[in-house]
Ligand binder design. Structure first.
Ligand code: HEC
Ligand code: HEC
Length: 419
């Protein structure tokens, strides 16, 4: 490695971030607010990461930043103005293949591996809907280089763009005077900065009404409280078995609304997605990642599996599912209730689980509550119970005016335009 300074200066900062994360996760006695304060904004790596994240000159052609698709006002999701389920890229007319996920609360995600979901061994963690990247630092190169996203030709052209950015001197002061003469090192620095930014409290503010209720500061309305019941009761929504909630804990960090596990739900095909013009196009999800790992036996049993997303801020992140097929939150919830009792509502052509090749439709989970019922039977959730769940889910929306205690008016949550 040519530039020793980079690793000497960069790594301890990252480690500090990880320590903060570990404390927050293990809840080792420190109140979360203290932890949050320790990690707040003043870290130069986080500040550099913020500048990179909003920099539209890093795409080819210029015009698209991370924030174009991951808009802070939409809990860091979005579509770069395409209006379809998938985002437009930097190159005119280019389009992505998957719905853009929210980046909030992702710092708690483990890397892809065998874990426990719902008391059973299962694949958990990883970045992207199919877990193919392990951490922020490894993920960031994906969008920077992908032709349908930021479209950089490689490290050299990206490093040139960085060297011309208004924050080039901040970059040099963190990673060394000569960082731009070593493009790989410069790109590595970028990934460290963007990773630190995504681990910062701005991405995990715990500022929703739900969090306030958990901390004993306010109460749910009656409808929201009913929604939480349907969400958690195994006989009703059973949602918490994948979208983790700890209702007995007074620490919001125990309720991330995802187990980071993978499941095949059989979401309908989204005809608005440009790629589906090809009848032979299928997004197989997790199995495409696992096929590259020789140690995994029969990876095809995981075709159709996608990562369970957090439901925090779900009100802000339409459309829904990996392919963006549902435009409204109500549809996304109602799908669970009637997918199997009234499949004609979701698959009008009678072809159930039509977004998977026929041979793989058997991978879709049909035994778990709430979608374990036979056609024509009563759904596990009535219409008004679906409405209650939607009302509850809206309590997971971050507060725009949230302030980290003790900070001078640093608004967390919509700071995209702060600087
Ligand atoms: C053109 C739109 C676009 C741009 C620009 C973009 N992303 Fe994304 N991002 C996506 C999409 C789409 C996905 C999901 C892709 C998948 O699962 O295969 C994604 C996924 C991610 C994930 C994984 C989220 C998860 O839940 O696992 C992270 C982290 C991320 N992006 C960060 C970034 C960063 C950092 C940048 C800038 C360097 C960036 N993105 C630029 C569209 C974009
Ligand atoms: C067996 C695990 C499992 C259960 C049970 C479950 N979910 Fe999900 N949920 C997932 C997975 C996996 C996805 C992503 C699926 C995809 O994109 O194909 C998802 C996606 C969602 C989405 C869309 C998220 C987004 O960002 O696009 C919503 C909303 C949602 N679930 C709500 C619920 C509700 C409400 C319940 C209970 C009625 C529930 N889920 C039960 C695993 C589960």
């Amino acid at each position: 490695m040519k530039d020793e300074t980079a690793s000497r200066r960069g790594v301890p900062t990252i480690l500090r971030g990880l320590t903060v994360l570990a404390i927050a996760l293990t809840g080792s006695g420190y109140p979360l607010a203290t932890v949050t304060l320790a990690a707040q904004g003043s870290d130069p790596l986080v500040e550099l990461g913020r500048l990179v994240f909003f920099d539209k000159t890093l795409s080819a052609p210029a015009g698209v930043s991370c924030a174009s698709c991951h808009d802070p006002a939409k809990a860091f999701s979005g579509d770069n103005g395409s209006g379809t389920g998938v985002a437009a890229g930097a190159v005119k007319g280019s389009a992505g293949f998957r719905n853009v996920p929210s980046l909030m609360y992702l710092k708690a995600s483990p890397s892809l591996g065998l874990g426990v979901v719902d008391d059973e061994p299962a694949m958990v963690g990883g970045m992207f809907w199919d877990g193919r990247a392990s951490a922020f630092e490894d993920q960031a190169l994906g969008p920077l280089m992908a032709a349908h996203e930021m479209n950089n030709a490689g490290a050299i052209s990206l490093a040139t763009r960085l060297s011309q950015a208004p924050y080039a001197d901040q970059f040099q002061s963190l990673f060394g005077e000569n960082v731009f003469s070593n493009p790989e090192e410069a790109v590595h620095g970028l990934t460290l900065a963007v990773g630190a930014f995504q681990r910062s409290p701005e991405f995990s503010p715990f500022s929703s009404k739900f969090d306030a209720v958990v901390r004993g500061e306010t109460e749910f309305t009656r409808q929201e409280a009913r929604g939480l019941d349907w969400f958690t009761i195994g006989q009703k929504g059973n949602c918490l078995s994948c979208h983790t909630v700890d209702i007995d804990s007074d620490d919001p960090a125990d309720s991330l609304f995802t187990s980071f596990g993978y499941h095949a739900l059989g979401a309908p095909r989204n005809p608005d997605l440009p790629a589906t013009a090809d009848a032979g196009y299928y997004d197989l999800g997790l199995c495409e990642t696992l096929r590259k790992d020789e140690q995994i036996e029969n990876p095809d049993q995981y075709c159709g599996f996608f990562k369970t997303p957090t439901l925090r801020n779900i009100e802000l992140t339409a459309p829904y599912m990996h392919n963006g097929v549902f435009k409204t939150l109500r549809d996304a919830v109602a799908f669970y209730a009637t997918r199997d009792t009234n499949p004609e509502l979701w698959f009008p052509d009678g072809e159930k689980f039509n977004d998977l090749p026929e041979a793989m439709r058997g991978n879709v989970d049909t035994s778990k509550r709430p979608y374990h019922r036979k056609p024509g039977k009563r759904p596990a959730l009535k219409d008004e119970e679906v409405d209650d769940i939607v009302a509850f889910l809206k309590t997971l929306t971050k507060s725009v005016n949230y302030r980290v205690q003790g900070q001078n008016a640093s608004t967390v949550g919509t700071t995209g335009t702060r600087r």
